[in-house]
Design a protein around this ligand. Sequence first.
Ligand code: SF4
Length: 308
Amino acid sequence: MRILLQFPEGLKQKAMEHAKALENEGHEVFISASPTFGACDLALDEARNIKADKLVHYGHAEFHHVDFNVEYINYQIDAPLNLLEQSLDVLKNFKTIGLVTTIQHIHQLDEIKAFYEKNGKTVVVGKPYGFAKKQGQILGCDIGSSASVDRNVDVHLYFGGGIFHPLGALLATTKPFYVIEPFAGIIENIDHYRGTYRKRSRGKILASLNAKNFGILVSTKNGQHNLQLGKILKERIENDGLNAEILVANTFDFESINNMMEFDVLVNTACPRIAIDDTDRTRKPLISANELMEILKMKTELKAVTAH
Ligand code: SF4
């Protein structure tokens, strides 16, 4: 069988090892060298170009169904649980915990839940909205497991590495938010990011009020492609007498985008995290569709005020 292997950045170091194992089973093996952001970013074009019979995608669970033979190989990581005991002190004023993690540690969720319950806590594990598949799992673009239980909990707790995943959940919730980073040995409250990102969003909106030319980013990645939204936003902008063009790419190279000096504002329709995490990488404000709507509304209100 001809197989294309695809690894997220953190697992690319293991690519040859996996390729050799499959070659020894008699397969013809290729490795995708493109950057990989998630299961929203399957190397389907590459697989089709080399006429692969199968794409093997490591490190992520299925994002959504695609018309190709894809095998998903999850990487489960047993993280040390020694920080749980220590976390009881910072969580002492909270009775009900909303617990989330990533796919790498989802198999440890029951054990973590049982630990807190044994220590007198009530633990609520929410359901994702749809892109994430397991209860209690969050993705950068699916924070349903936290947001759906926000009303019912006193505190949110994320168990896992890095700030990328909990940041999305934090911005979609209102209760205190703690992170247990088992590998770095850190227990941290991340509430302060709410203010930082709210201020940043406000700044982008205010900086865009005089914008005339809008570039709408549409990605061709299988799980990020939203041309329909791009077209709706273009029409909406043009209806207000402004200019909009749709900018298409697989992975957006911000150096290249920065060369498109005519655009005053960039509107994201791809991975929702782009308009949150990559705003420092563009010369012009990089905004979400919601932020665009707010800008258009404010522009109309300003026009009405100045007309009087
Ligand atoms: S957060 Fe972005 S990169 Fe991650 S799975 Fe969602 S769309 Fe893909």
